[in-house]
Design a protein around this ligand. Structure first.
Ligand code: HEC
Length: 160
């Protein structure tokens, strides 16, 4: 016969060995354990990236571009100094992209509206102003995708 019970409190207790207090403690500790297991994972803390001096490829003629250049230090490893991207990191080229598009992507990836496991945590520490500054800087990166000439196709006419 299987004895099914939903709460030890419903058991008829007239056994001296049954210690209600201990049972309650054990039950409580299990509950706490389960709560801990179900709790969201610790927040990911992205290490502060030290600003390393690097030659700007953009004319830093406004305070915003100076700020953007500094902030972009933490993006170079994946998107490249010129915003050319890096296939091995699956990081797209972003240099020369419209500033409003860059800013929107950053805002969306920070809010989680656009999900990417790599980018989302990077943006946690950036303010709305930081994202504007980055967008201004990235949009001015002079990088342009080289024109690929398909095999057999005629090469594009040289500029006059
Ligand atoms: C560890 C690598 C890594 C770093 C560092 C990184 N990114 Fe990215 N970034 C990615 C990847 C991967 C994607 C592609 C996201 C996707 O597939 O949705 C991406 C996407 C983007 C996009 C969207 C491009 C588009 O065309 O929609 C922007 C904008 C961007 N990153 C800007 C930045 C900026 C600015 C920084 C620095 C604050 C930065 N990223 C740092 C890897 C990185």
């Amino acid at each position: 016969m299987a004895l099914v019970f939903f709460s030890y409190k419903s058991l008829p207790v007239n056994n001296a060995k049954f210690d209600l207090k201990k049972t309650e403690e054990a039950y409580h500790s299990k509950t706490v354990l389960v709560e801990k297991l179900l709790a969201p994972k610790e927040k990911v803390v992205v290490a502060e990236v030290e600003f390393k001096e690097y030659a700007p490829v953009v004319d830093l003629n406004t305070p915003q571009l100076v700020a953007g250049h500094k902030l972009y230090t933490q993006c170079i490893s994946c998107h490249g100094k010129g915003g050319e991207g890096k296939s091995s990191q699956k990081a797209p080229f972003i240099g020369g992209q419209f500033d409003w598009y860059i800013e929107k992507q950053l805002v969306d990836m920070k809010s989680g509206a656009r999900v990417n496991a790599v980018m989302n945590p990077i943006l946690k520490g950036l303010s709305p102003q930081d994202m504007k500054d980055l967008a201004a800087y990235v949009s001015r990166l002079p990088w342009k995708k080289p024109v690929e000439v398909a095999e057999g196709a005629e090469a594009p006419a040289a500029a006059q």
